[in-house]
Every structure is written in C-alpha cells, then in structure tokens.
Design a protein around this ligand. Sequence first.
Ligand SMILES: [Zn+2]
Length: 237
Amino acid sequence: MRILAVGAHPDDLEFLCAGTLAKYSKEGHKIFMAHLCNGDMGGRNIKPEELAKIRDKESKAAAKLVGAEALGPIAGDLDLYPTKEMRIRVVDIIRHSKPNLIFTHSPNDYMPDHVITSQLVFDAVFTATLPLYKTKYKVHEPIVPVFYLDTMAGIGFEPTDYVDITDFINIKKKMLLCHKSQYKWLKGHHNAEVTNFLEIMAKFRGLQCGVLYAEAFRRLNVWGRIKEVSQSLFRLP
Ligand SMILES: [Zn+2]
C-alpha cells in the first residue's frame, strides 16, 4: 500500500493522523507526508522566509521518524487558493506518490488553508486519473479512496472510522515535538499546549471507539471512491 496524507501546514498531519501513519509505516506501507503551505505565518518575531526554512527542516525531521517521504510546500501560508495552477501542483503530488489511499483535511476545518487544501485534494484526486490531462508526472488512473482527517479539536466532525493508535501515541508526540518553532506560538496565539491538545483529542476519539488512544476519520462517500482497501486498512483489532 502507498498512503498519501496531505495537510495544509507543516504540523497538521502530526496532530491529526501521525499515529495512523506510524502504524501503517510499521506494517510496511509506504508513506508520503505532504503539506501545501510553507508555514511562514506561524510565528511573531521572525521573518517569514526564515520561518519557512525552519519549518521545512522540522517537517522533514518528523517525516523521517516514520520513514515517510516529505512533499511540498506549493504556497505560502494564506496564499493557497483553489486555482488551476495549484490544482496541477496537487495533481502532481498525487501522480508522484501513486497512492492507494489519501488523507486530507475535512472541508469544514477551522481556517482557510485547511479548507482550501481539502478542496484542492478533492479536485485533484479526480483530475489525476485522467490520461488526457497532461502534467509533469504520468497519469495515476486508479480511483483512490479519500478519508477526511478529524477537524482541529474535533469540532463539527462525525467520524465514520477510527484507528487504534494506542501503541503509537509516543511516536505521534515525538513527531509533533519536532515542530519546536510552534510550541510558544501555539500557546500564545491559540492558547494550545501542543502535547496536551494531542493527548485530549486522541483520548476522546479513543473513548468513542473503546480503545485508549485513537484517531478519527470520515470517508469521502461519493461515487467510485470507496473500495475494499479502505475496509481492511481501518479494521480495529
Ligand atoms: Zn494548519
């Protein structure tokens, strides 16, 4: 299996699906972690160009912990729009990684980069299958199932599937802690203490499905997208 997760910012996948990625990496699946925005607005007393460089290093360090290939970014923070050019860039992320399964943000998440990432992935995942739609990479014809990631703090999100990440909670935390530049920023600007936030979300989703820690997902249930592969991947023990 090849699994592609597409988040908006360098630390989003760590909050929302790193336990699942770690679990499937351990089972021998190939993981791709993409973020579409470079994270250059996630700070206060630092130049955006410098911050983008720091966040690139942090995201690569986190991806390395699960042997994932890091992809992106394609835009600055708040500079992501559902344009043709951006759609082509996302099509090429999909065509490059040739996934059997895709994770991305829920369309009702809390800020524009997350919402637009969701939209771009939805648009690109269909476009990527079309042989006559020419881009830098070769067509990836399979119709890939898409699962939406939990929203931040789980607001307005009704899961269809859960993954037990009890054995992977520590690596999920380690991955998130690779994003050192964000501890202070998130505490100050969003009043969120990162590991506490992660712990509460994973415990809450675990409580819902009867395990200690879990991550929650919602299937994109449109014609042609739901296949056997997703059934087996999300089977709880
Ligand atoms: Zn984000």
